[in-house]
Design a protein around this ligand. Structure first.
Ligand code: PMP
Length: 398
């Protein structure tokens, strides 16, 4: 070997490459497309939240906070969960502040999955689940949402694959990862779904990781049904959430994990050597902002207005709208468009839409390990009305 050559080694994640999100965002930049691909707001957060953070910095909250997170923030989270979902988490032994939802997920997986353990995910799935499981040495068992189609074969909705889930659970199942409201489909779990899951895991040692980062984006007067609202599930669950989604600050990367003491104890063993602590002034700022419940209680109405505006505009196109009971994503079936490109696969359709029409979207096939084509793409409507209007004008010309 040449003296200046870097030694090679087996990749820990040989299958991980550049994600479609990065590819689409780069393509969107190159073509000056309106980016409805990646999920982040294009509007500013509340100035009051920034003021709270500034005040925390000026008050010299700039050194390491406690490893488990700032007490005021953990207490605020415990109170919020108690009020919304009726479950009391002890802020000292059951709530940990994380560097966003993604770190919470990775740390939770590393803390309970041993080599050879099986972890069930439901595809289409958020892309951090699989690498987290692989790094822990676990085996990913993917079951797919059932795709419901109309008589012409077009996708109309998705359903939880109960039979496949039941078959997948056995003695090697260490963890089941669920996500409600669900990225990318927008579907939400109901109380009956939580009951069914509880029935499936009752006599097993399977734990649950419930990714609820979109918990405050549920529409039409419906409620979010958290694992925290189900005592039997709460007793075996890591509950993950993220302030990035709730307060329009995806770049701050602050979230939390609520879990019973036994799970939290193991979680923190990993957390303390994974990040140790999370950004102090942000935690103080978020704690002050969280004290006013309207900041999250107003969120459904805020995003429902955007959803309805975007759907009304899309209904003037030949895209077929899938239901969006939750999240800030709108999925559409494009196969009915009267253009040759309607025959393209999802990834190629999105590349074409971005480069030629000027609107970036994400193919739902990207959320499957083995690309599964259903003619459905995902738009993000967490955008200013003007952005949505501009995008709709382009889409209405198709
Ligand atoms: N889970 C899901 C389903 C998500 O969509 C995201 C963000 N895209 C996350 C977790 C991660 O949240 P954070 O940005 O706080 O890491």
């Amino acid at each position: 070997m040449n003296k200046q050559e870097t030694p090679t080694f087996p990749s820990r994640l040989p299958k991980v490459g550049t994600t479609v999100f990065t590819v689409m965002s780069a393509l969107a930049n190159e073509h000056h497309a309106i980016n409805l691909g990646q999920g982040f707001p294009d509007f500013p957060c509340d100035r009051q939240l920034i003021t709270h953070v500034n005040e925390a910095m000026l008050a010299d909250h700039n050194q390491y906070p406690p490893m488990i997170g700032v007490a005021d923030l953990r207490n605020g989270i415990a109170e919020k969960i108690q009020n919304l979902y009726g479950h009391h988490y002890d802020a000292e032994s059951e709530i940990t502040i994380t560097a966003g939802g993604t770190q919470g997920i990775m740390t939770a997986v590393l803390s309970c999955v041993s080599p050879g353990d099986e972890v069930i995910i439901i595809e289409p799935a958020y892309d951090s689940y699989r690498p987290s499981i692989e790094l822990a040495g676990g085996k990913t068992i993917a079951v797919s949402l059932e795709v419901i189609r109309d008589e012409t074969g077009r996708v109309t909705s998705y359903q939880i694959p109960w039979d496949a889930l039941a078959k997948a659970i056995h003695s090697k199942t260490r963890l089941i990862i669920i996500n409600t409201p669900h990225n990318p489909t927008g579907m939400v779990w109901g109380t009956a779904d939580l009951d069914k899951l509880a029935n499936l895991v009752r006599n097993t040692s399977a734990l649950i990781l419930s990714d609820e980062v979109y918990e405050h984006m549920v529409y039409d007067g419906a409620q979010h049904h958290s694992v925290a609202s189900h005592p039997e599930l709460a007793a075996r669950s890591f509950l993950i959430s993220s302030f990035g989604k709730t307060y329009h600050v995806t770049g701050w990367k602050v979230g939390y994990v609520a879990a019973p003491p036994l799970l939290t104890k193991e979680f923190r063993k990993v957390h303390q050597f994974n990040v140790f602590t999370v950004n102090t002034p942000m935690q103080y700022g978020l704690a002050a902002y969280l004290a006013d419940a309207k900041h999250y209680l107003n969120l459904p109405a805020f995003y429902q207005a955007k959803r309805d505006f975007f759907r009304a505009g899309l209904s003037k196109t030949d895209f077929k709208l899938l239901p969006t009971p939750g999240t800030y994503f709108q999925c559409v079936d494009y196969t009915a468009l009267n253009i040759p490109e309607a025959k393209l696969n999802e990834a190629d359709f999105c590349k074409w839409l971005t480069s030629k029409i000027g609107v970036a979207a994400i193919p739902v096939s990207a959320f499957y390990d083995q690309a599964t084509e259903s003619g459905v793409i995902r738009f993000c409507f967490a955008k200013q009305e003007q952005t949505l209007t501009n995008a709709l004008q382009r889409l209405q010309n198709l």
